[in-house]
Write a protein that binds this ligand. Structure first.
Ligand SMILES: *[C@@H]1O[C@H](CO)[C@@H](O)[C@H](O)[C@H]1NC(C)=O
Ligand SMILES: *[C@@H]1O[C@H](CO)[C@@H](O)[C@H](O)[C@H]1NC(C)=O
Ligand SMILES: *[C@@H]1O[C@H](CO)[C@@H](O)[C@H](O)[C@H]1NC(C)=O
Ligand SMILES: *[C@@H]1O[C@H](CO)[C@@H](O)[C@H](O)[C@H]1NC(C)=O
Length: 355
């Protein structure tokens, strides 16, 4: 029976509220998240926080406003409808937060709500994508040396340096780690893993925590407006640790095969259907950066410009060709049946990522 499990999941999830102790920033004023300062506008009954900044606000973090004590609002409640949202969607765009000095190649808050940070005991490992409230997908390469007990997943995260986002991030321990059974490092093939959270502590779906859709094996989708997003290990330790974001396009399969023959796979490549190529402008991408492995490649769902499917996972360090990038990705379409099977074997609901 599928239905009772969905109901059970939504009852079990719990979100830790943000800390309530606010810092003083002037007489009878305190630093509060934008959404908690009643100095905004109400349009059709919906509150839009005032995001302009004055010199007083400079005493607060960039995610906060210096607000009169009497204008401080309680933390917003989670909208109940989130349980009904479909995969790959983004919601409440006005929530999008960005630091001052915003860079184009940084994701905004809630822009990719399935983006999940994966940590070991030593710190940040790589990024993955949430596909159900209990399942995250990443590359096998990222987690191959880890035991499930030493892993931690953080969903709904944005600035990994602070805890001031309008909706809190959610952290879970890992119950089971499933590497693809035919994954090998040399040659690097079947580079995919499913990470499962205990069924009695699922992620709680919220505006910043949503599953992404998985493409059905035969779906034809538009590769021309895709994104890659994830955190970069070298940013950890800094004052703001924001996920990076690049706009990419996938290459037609024949061009991809030709490029792969010339480079990474050599002449005897037999795993071409399991891989995708995507290119794009280099921008500030660090070529050859092994730390970006696992980051999701997300393309629009056919017929939608604001819903996404998980097309790939960065399987190898990105190469640069002049001002252009060439990335090789694990092709999710090729692994869809394996993922379905592993979840069904555990009686987990796969409808969360079905288009
Ligand atoms: C979710 O969808 C169902 C069926 O469409 C509807 O009956 C229910 O009221 C919705 N729940 C919320 C919280 O919107
Ligand atoms: C792994 O490889 C074996 C042997 O080629 C094959 O029979 C099996 O189906 C593969 N497993 C998966 C999940 O693809
Ligand atoms: C894919 O998307 C691009 C940009 O939105 C558009 O120009 C193009 O026509 C689309 N191609 C197909 C096959 O839908
Ligand atoms: C994969 O490569 C083999 C050998 O080069 C080729 O025969 C086959 O058509 C390729 N398959 C795809 C889907 O590109």
């Amino acid at each position: 029976m599928w239905l009772p499990k969905i109901v059970a999941l939504s009852l079990l999830c719990s979100v830790k509220p943000s800390p309530e102790a606010f810092r003083n920033c002037g007489q009878d004023k305190q630093c509060v998240p934008y959404e908690q300062c009643n100095e905004g506008l109400y349009v059709d009954g919906k509150f839009y926080a005032d995001r302009s900044r004055t010199t007083l606000d400079e005493n607060c973090h960039y995610m906060e406003k210096c607000c009169n004590n009497q204008d401080t609002l309680p933390a917003p409640l989670l909208p109940q409808e989130v349980q009904n949202w479909t995969c790959g969607g983004r919601h409440d765009l006005w929530y999008y937060l960005r630091p001052l000095g915003y860079k184009q190649q940084e994701a905004k808050f809630g822009e990719f709500p399935w983006l999940t940070a994966i940590y070991s005991k030593e710190g940040y490992l790589c990024s993955g994508a949430l596909i159900t409230p209990v399942a995250v997908i990443t590359t096998a390469h990222c987690v191959q040396n880890e035991k499930s007990e030493s892993l931690r997943l953080v969903a709904g995260e944005w600035d990994a340096a602070v805890e001031l986002e309008p909706q809190p991030h959610q952290e879970r321990s890992v119950m089971e780690l499933l590497l693809h059974p035919n994954y090998t490092q040399i040659p690097l093939v079947h580079n995919i893993a499913v990470i499962l959270v205990a069924q009695d502590s699922p992620f709680c779906l919220s505006p910043n925590v949503q599953p992404i859709c998985l493409p059905p094996p035969k779906m034809v989708y538009n590769y021309s407006q895709c994104y890659v997003s994830g955190w970069q290990r070298s940013d950890f330790g800094g004052k703001a640790i924001l996920p990076k974001r690049w706009t990419l396009y996938a290459l037609p399969p024949d061009q991809c095969r030709a490029k792969m023959r010339l480079s990474v796979l050599g002449r005897r490549h037999s795993h071409n259907e399991s891989l995708l190529c995507a290119g794009g402008d280099k921008g500030d991408f660090v070529c050859g950066d092994v730390e970006m492995a696992g980051v999701p490649l997300m393309c629009p769902l056919p017929g939608h410009d604001d819903r996404f499917l998980l097309a790939g996972l960065l399987a190898r360090p990105v190469r640069c060709d002049g001002t252009q990038l060439l990335g090789i990705y694990t092709n999710l379409q090729f692994y869809r049946q394996w993922i379905d099977l592993k979840l069904r074997e555990r009686e987990l609901d796969i409808r969360h990522y079905m288009v």
